[in-house]
Write a protein that binds this ligand. Structure first.
Ligand SMILES: Cc1cc2nc3c(=O)[nH]c(=O)nc-3n(C[C@H](O)[C@H](O)[C@H](O)COP(=O)(O)O)c2cc1C
Length: 251
């Protein structure tokens, strides 16, 4: 592997060379992502579903991974915190584009205890600890001044070097996976998709079909060159807004 991208001709994935469990395999791929110095390899897009069935997604940082699962921290009264309280089933995606890899996790989330969450809170910079108190995450606020005013007030309440307690509305969560899919780009969009699925107390590894229908598949079938492995990064179109009928023309 060079310093910027995974070699597209490097070995494809096979169950025989994958670890026996997804967390060990994840640790290998996370090491690759960290070795490649991706901008934020620990960033994962976490999708939750609200009590009304609305899906919502946002980025959080992975802080620990172990056989227990994937750990992240947040405000328990945030939208994601409320969603998890209502429906602990979530999905998380690690989008490691320069590696042409993606890991998708589905499973159930449990809240960590106060004792379990405190060591991480204490390790955070003082400003982040104050921030956790100051921000009523996901609520509408009137202005940025409101937020900075709250920070100033909290700094007066706990002047340095006084230690800042962890708010009881803040803490860690562990996502225990039921399935973990490892996706890696292959030539001609014949990507590898190997999914670990929990079965009783063991993991089974299944290969999922990657190929999409449409022009790409037709090109392959007819023997034409199907183009690059992953479309270029800047190929999305910007379509100008249409003027509504009756809209004044200021051009
Ligand atoms: C790179 C990155 C990392 C983030 N890490 C976290 C995190 O670890 N915990 C967190 O609560 N929010 C994190 N955020 C902010 C969230 O994406 C989100 O705005 C916030 O948690 C509120 O989400 P919610 O309203 O859906 O609950 C991060 C955002 C970015 C862009």
């Amino acid at each position: 592997m060079n310093s910027t991208q995974r070699d597209p001709d490097s070995a494809s994935l096979s169950p025989g060379t994958m670890a026996g469990d997804p967390m060990t395999q994840f640790a290998r791929w996370m090491s690759d992502a960290q070795a490649l110095a991706l901008p934020v390899p620990t960033a994962m897009v976490l999708a939750t579903v609200s009590a009304e069935g609305r899906p919502r997604a946002r980025t959080v940082l992975l802080k620990e991974h172990s056989q227990a699962g994937f750990t992240f921290y947040t405000n328990r009264t945030s939208r994601k915190g409320q969603d998890i309280a209502d429906n602990p089933r979530v999905c998380a995606v690690f989008p490691w584009y320069p590696l042409q890899r993606q890991v998708t996790v589905e499973g159930g989330v449990t809240a960590m205890s106060r004792d379990g969450s405190e060591p991480y809170f204490s390790s955070r910079p003082r400003g982040s600890q104050i921030g956790a108190w100051a921000s009523r995450q996901s609520r509408v606020i009137g202005s940025r001044d409101e937020l900075t005013g709250r920070v100033a007030e909290l700094e007066r309440r706990w002047p340095a070097p006084a230690s800042i307690p962890m708010p009881d509305f803040w803490g860690g969560y562990v996502l225990a996976p039921d399935t973990v899919e490892f996706w890696q780009a292959g030539r001609y969009r014949l990507h590898d998709r190997l999914r670990y699925r929990r079965h009783d107390d063991a993991w089974v590894i299944e290969r999922l079909s990657p190929l999409c229908a449409g022009p790409y598949a037709r090109a392959l079938a007819s023997g034409e060159s199907p183009g690059p492995m992953i479309p270029g990064p800047n190929t999305c179109r910007s379509i100008p807004a249409r003027r509504h009928v009756g809209q004044a023309d200021h051009a």
